[in-house]
Structures are given as C-alpha cells and as structure tokens.
Design a protein around this ligand. Structure first.
Ligand code: PHE
Length: 338
C-alpha cells in the first residue's frame, strides 16, 4: 500500500497541466468520487488498527500534494483561460486615431484670427440669470424682443435660463473691465427651436465686443471684412443688411457670398446665394450705461456669429444635424482638416 501511495505522490509532484482541462481531469482522477485519494480513504477501514495512524498520514500528504498542485495552477488558468491555443500571429485590432470635431476646428480658427486682431478670449456660464442674458442688454421686461429668442427657462427658477446667446458675456466683460475692451467669447448657446436642416436647439456662437473712444460703424465693417477674408479667402464678399437687436443701434445682419450653383446652395441660402453668418451693431448707449461705462465718452461695436453656419459653408455640409449625431464616419472626414 505504501509503495502505491508513494508512486502516486511522485506522479502528483511531476504533473504539469497543459491547460485548465488537464488540471480538472487531474483533480477528478485524485479527488473525484472514484479518484485515488477517495479510494485510499475507503480502504482505510480495512487497514489494521496499528497501521491506521501511519496510513492516514500518507494518504493525507498525498491529498495535500494534490490540492497544492491544483491551487498552484488554478489562478494562472482562470486569469487567462483564453490565452492558450490563441493564434498569436493574428494582427491586432487597429488603433483608431481621434480627430477634432469640425465645430472645434472652426472655433479655433475663428479665435485665432480674432486674437491676431487684438481680441482676447472671455468666458461665461451656460446658465444665466435674466440680467446677463436680457435686462442688461436692453431687453425690457415683457418686451416682444424676448420672444425672438425662444428660451429654455429653468423649471425650478424662471429667473434663470440656458443662455440664448453669447452676448451675456459682453455684460460680464463690461462689468469687469474699463475701456478699452476688446474681447471675444466662444460658447455654446441654447434655443427652444424646432430642429431642421438649418437650425438646432443647441449651437455655438462667437461674440465680439470692442469698446473705446471714437469707435465707429466703419471700424465694425472693416473688422468684419478683414475677418471674413482671413477666414474664407481674400476674394470673399460680405454684405450688411439693416436689422434689429435690442442691445445694438444701428444693427445689421452680415451675409457672406456662398454661391448658387446647386440644390444645396439654394437650400442653404433660401435661393439668394447669400448665407447669413452673424448679427452686429453699435453697442446701444443704454447697454453701456447699464454696465457703468459712460456713453458720452465711449462707444463700441459688437458682433455675434454662429459657428455651425460658418462650418457648414466651409465644409459644404448641407445639414446642421450632422454635427450632433456623432457618426464616426462623418467625424473622421475632418481628420487633419484646417
Ligand atoms: N446675440 C445676437 C444673436 O444671438 C447676435 C448679436 C451679437 C447681434 C452682437 C449684435 C451684436 O442673435
């Protein structure tokens, strides 16, 4: 009996399992219902009393050796069960390089051009109170101009809203600095509008504000032309149409020439060939006064442009919704653009 157990012990010690299946077969062969160790324990009954102690010790040491072997390999196999037998020559999964979102690319380009012209970036919160989004910008309470901007008010407190434009940052800049002020404010804005190919309820603007002595409408026009030609190319034409904003007087809408060569051009420009990209005007004296700047001494201009519209023109994208669908085939198209 002793020899048989010792032979098993040597087998156990020499055993090297190839994989989890081999280890399990080993476990069953020794510890299973019909396994060797189980067999020895059954045989224990018929061992003479004086040999029981010694016999018990042999069987126990065999059992412990089997368990130690199983413990030594079990973790290794369960940690990487699929590693064995895998085809290690198979090519790996290709790494997908990321790309900047087209909105980010265009925003960065706009900011770069305006920074070169002397503007500095300013920031403000996306959730604004009535003062910064409306009142300080000369929107009187209950004035119909507030309806121009379909506002998302906060249910908990209707004095707060998601900003409808980046003009709220003008108010913050004027409260913080004395003229000369030359700031731009890129940011996300929100309007409760029906989503279509031309408009979305979330979009982006870049605001510009310049306040100093003797700032004139001619300065505004030249700044915008300079910007348009730097961004769209030297031949770019702009046109200004009279418009209305509560916070500027006079006000204008700025169009750039897009062209009328195909269906998309007609859709984008409502058949005119001109694409509206921003609003602008001379800062209303009431707005300067509300922010503690003396309108007798200072004047200024402001403009606000939609980044999506500009990106659509730049990349010939016919539908604004493409920016928010996160279709990786669309996003990949901008790798290395701009
Ligand atoms: N805030 C205006 C809008 O969102 C744009 C604008 C900015 C107009 C600055 C004039 C001056 O429509």
């Amino acid at each position: 009996m002793k020899e048989a157990i010792e032979a098993h012990l040597r087998q156990v010690e020499d055993f090297v399992p190839a994989d989890a299946t081999a280890l399990e077969a080993f476990r069953v062969a020794y510890l299973g219902k019909k396994g060797h160790v189980t067999g020895y324990f059954t045989a224990f009954k018929s061992v003479p009393n004086e040999e029981k102690k010694e016999f018990g010790q042999w069987v126990n040491s065999l059992k412990q050796a089997v368990e130690a072997k199983i413990d030594a390999y079990r973790e290794q196999f369960s940690a990487a069960p699929q590693r064995t037998g895998e085809d290690t020559t198979r090519p790996g999964v290709a790494f997908q390089p990321g790309a900047f979102h087209p909105i980010t690319l265009v925003r960065n380009e706009i900011v770069r051009i305006l920074e070169r012209m002397g503007f500095a970036v300013a920031e403000g919160p996306e959730m604004e109170d009535d003062w910064h989004n409306f009142s300080a910008l000369n929107f009187p309470p209950d004035h119909p101009a507030r309806d121009m901007q379909d506002t998302f008010f906060l249910a908990q407190n209707p004095d707060w809203a998601l900003r409808t434009h980046t003009s709220s940052i003008q108010v913050r800049a004027m409260a913080q600095q004395q003229p000369p002020i030359r700031v731009i404010a890129p940011g996300r804005v929100f309007r409760n509008e029906a989503i279509s190919s031309r408009s979305h309820c979330v979009f982006h603007q870049v605001e510009g504000l310049y306040i100093d002595r003797n700032v004139s409408f001619a300065d505004l026009k030249q700044t915008l032309l300079e910007f348009a030609q730097a961004f769209f190319g030297e031949q770019t034409q702009i046109r200004l149409r009279p418009s209305y904003f509560p916070f500027t007087e006079p006000s204008a809408e700025v169009d750039i020439w897009w062209g009328l060569e195909n269906e998309v051009d007609y859709r984008m420009t409502k058949g005119t060939g001109w694409l509206e990209i921003m609003g602008c005007g001379m800062v209303d004296p009431a707005v300067l006064a509300a922010s503690g700047i003396d309108p007798e001494v200072y004047s200024g201009f402001a403009f606000g442009m939609g980044i999506e519209r500009i990106a659509m023109q730049r990349f010939q994208i016919p539908d604004i919704r493409a920016f928010y669908e996160n279709d990786s085939r669309f996003l990949r198209a901008f790798q290395g653009a701009l």
